[in-house]
Design a protein around this ligand. Structure first.
Ligand SMILES: Cc1cc2nc3c(=O)[nH]c(=O)nc-3n(C[C@H](O)[C@H](O)[C@H](O)COP(=O)(O)OP(=O)(O)OC[C@H]3O[C@@H](n4cnc5c(N)ncnc54)[C@H](O)[C@@H]3O)c2cc1C
Length: 340
């Protein structure tokens, strides 16, 4: 007997208690791949039999947490159960989101981590002062979603949706140099004066387009997917330089020469845009019903539209956004008729 049991652990039992129960139920050795606190609910991975050896491959997997935090308080246990020891000014939204990235977090004293063979929380109870170790973590994304008053069903539906990634740079140029410059015309791709799309061999900015057949001197550089994550947060200057390098390689001209042609640039990093938090929503595992849940009006007074609420199969598109608007308008009319 061996395998992986996906346990939806409720608030209450410790992770060890769950493992113990499965161990006695199946009569084989069992172990979990990362503790969930008794007060936390969520997915607990329990390995059975010889499969317990796979635990080391699972403990480091990325995790997603949803939590309610009281800001500005420090407690003896590092959670809501301990006594308050310090009260500070409340952090701003920006302070919280600035925590994204690589962080060194100190393990709370009230934890099960072993210090010289003894559990830290036991040492704490005995009043023994110890220097707690730090743990390195990567916070890929930290987002504050708020409905006032809280709308629990909407928050949990949002949790089950994921967002895509895009970084885009729009260049306004002094002239359509790719169509006019004999030097570039001679050296690079044919029919440059009719360039609409340019597909480069570059992994970061593979797709470019102009405004053609409109002859405005515009070029757009597009980076999507995992590559966009590597650019996100670097700022306009670094991203623009990266894009110009790609264009230079594709057209066979130096980035310096290209830079002289640039009148203005707009860089849009949707991942870091607090009003967008990414591009094109999609349904994560278990998220099939999330758009339907988001689209449901509340008490006939609150109505929701937007591409993420589309239930016609067009999420992530303008079509989905418009369809959802029409659906929300119908819901409003229906609610108004009901009260007349
Ligand atoms: C680079 C890119 C290319 C795309 N290409 C296509 C395409 O070719 N075809 C296609 O069909 N779709 C495309 N899409 C997707 C399409 O743009 C979206 O699906 C559509 O715009 C979603 O519309 P929406 O009304 O739901 O949301 P949005 O257009 O995102 O509108 C939401 C608005 O609410 C504002 N807002 C957010 N929070 C607040 C707040 N707290 N207070 C006040 N205002 C707030 C935002 O600033 C924004 O203006 C593309 C998206 C991107 C990013």
């Amino acid at each position: 007997m061996q395998g992986l049991v996906l346990v939806d652990k409720p608030v209450g039992p410790s992770s060890f208690a769950v493992v113990k129960e499965l161990r006695s139920h199946y009569g084989v050795k069992a172990g979990h791949a990362g503790t969930l606190d008794p007060r936390a609910s969520g997915l607990l991975l329990v390995l059975l039999g010889p499969a317990t050896r796979l635990a080391r491959y699972l403990v480091g997997l990325d995790k997603r947490y949803e939590t309610e935090i009281r800001l500005g308080l420090r407690t003896t246990t590092g959670d809501g159960e301990g006594e308050v020891t310090e009260e500070t000014a409340i952090a701003t939204l920006e302070d919280i989101e600035a925590l994204e990235g690589e962080v060194e977090l100190r393990v709370p004293r009230a934890s099960a981590v072993k210090i010289e063979g003894e559990r830290a929380y036991k040492l704490q109870r005995r009043g023994v002062a110890v220097e707690m170790p730090t743990r390195h973590s990567t916070i890929h994304s930290l987002q504050v979603v708020r409905f006032e008053p809280p709308l629990a069903s909407k928050s949990s539906a949002l949790e089950r949706l994921a967002m895509g990634t895009v970084v885009r740079v729009v260049f306004r140029l002094r002239r359509r140099f790719w169509a006019e410059d004999a030097f570039i015309q001679r050296r690079s791709v044919p029919d440059l004066d009719q360039l609409d799309f340019l597909h480069t061999a570059d992994a970061t900015f593979p797709t470019w387009w102009s405004a053609y057949p409109d002859t405005s001197p515009l070029l757009v550089a597009w980076c999507g997917g995992p590559a966009a994550r590597t650019l996100s947060g670097l700022g306009t200057r670094a991203v623009t330089q990266r894009a110009l390098r790609t264009l230079g390689d594709a057209l066979g001209v130096s980035p310096l020469r290209l830079r002289r042609e640039v009148a203005h640039t707009w860089m849009h990093d949707w991942i870091n845009d607090p009003f967008a938090r990414g591009v094109y929503s999609y349904q994560g595992v278990g998220g099939t019903n999330a758009p339907r849940e988001l689209a449901r009006p509340i008490d006939g007074t609150l109505f929701f539209a937007g591409e993420a609420t589309d239930t016609s199969g067009s999420t992530g598109t303008v079509h989905g956004a418009i369809t959802s608007g029409a659906r929300a308008a119908t819901q409003v009319l229906r609610a108004l008729r009901a009260v007349q």
